[in-house]
Design a protein around this ligand. Sequence first.
Ligand SMILES: *Cc1c(COP(=O)(O)O)cnc(C)c1O
Length: 420
Amino acid sequence: MISMVSSEHTLKIMDPEIAALIDKELQRQQQHIELIASENFTSPAVIETVGSILTNKYAEGYPQKRYYGGCEFVDQIESLAIERAKQLFGCEHANVQPHSGSQANTAVYMACLKPHDKILTMSLEHGGHLTHGYAKNISGMLYDVTHYGVSENTGEIDYDQLESLAHEQHPKMITIGASAYSRTIDFERVGTIAKNCGALLMADIAHIAGLVATRLHPSPIPYADFVTTTTHKTLRGPRGGMIMCSQEWAKAIDSAVFPGTQGGPLMHVIAGKAVCFLEALKPEFKRYQQQIIANAKALCKGMQEQGFHIVSGTTDNHLFLVDLRPTLPEVSGKDAQIALEKANITLNKNTVPLETRSPFQASGIRIGTPAITTRGMKEKEMLQIANFIATILQNITDETLIAHIKQQVIEWCLNFPLPY
Ligand SMILES: *Cc1c(COP(=O)(O)O)cnc(C)c1O
């Protein structure tokens, strides 16, 4: 497809400034160990699709019900994306148009809540997401929010607290799903709690979608009224969102997405989602998800062996949180993030249970394995990464040592090339 662009019209000629920055970003991606739990490297096929001429097409509406002409082929593309999503997750209805995970969540709220309705959600500091009722997000502005969280002793979701808050508050909706939570989520239990107190349930699987698609994490589909996800995290597709629900809610969800909260769908991205779902239906994809978990467990164990404290003690999925305080009380999450970045190791600071610092400093770091697993790294490499991280954090002011590790990281990354 790229070959359709004749050489004098390439980006390098048309806009050398942006072309050079893309080249630099590719080099950055190649030369860094990417541990941000929400990131991944999508396939060349998905990149090709997202970079295709489909971006030219307006297709407001849904297949066979569009407001524009010329939708013959994009109709087939969107229908394929929907059918594959249904097959992959075993849901009755899928809307593949949300531009992002946040757009998906907003559309679900629009479909069934009115301003000032009560929602019960996991707090951001305990691992939830901005779109789950954070004060500065539209969900926090429009709805009356109560938060549950993790038990401060175990670091696991406090289902008893969730249950008693549900019975006290009678929320219209409960949301479950997290951005920084390392344990298996008991969707069945939360489904029962929601049913017993007459609340709707939205499960947000943005992070764990790849694990759910391959059934390595229990699916919320049987228990939740709505399941939302992103397509670019463990699912490894293009940047985007999706909503799944039963037939009963199909119409309300579709109209909450369009015309409720969005205009024209991004057909190039929807095509990319279709390609991603096809990839995710293959047996290799399950092996990839198994390796993500095996790597997370190995890296987690490696960090423990280096003397670090893991929130909730272990991981069941693709990520874990390190509480730096017991080992290095003077090193904040922010300090750790900055020092590691200097050695080309990318991750993010994170608040931890019983946090004593501000969210901008934080006392923990979040470590995820989806991206490095895509590069082909295995358990053996996880021990090496734990070693790099521990050495840097224990010598956080030693610039010479950190510069030396950076060189090692760059050379090491050459063994795991990106497919671009
Ligand atoms: C990442 C994430 C989202 C939002 O995704 P965006 O595509 O960045 O809008 C929503 N919910 C959870 C739990 C997430 O982790």
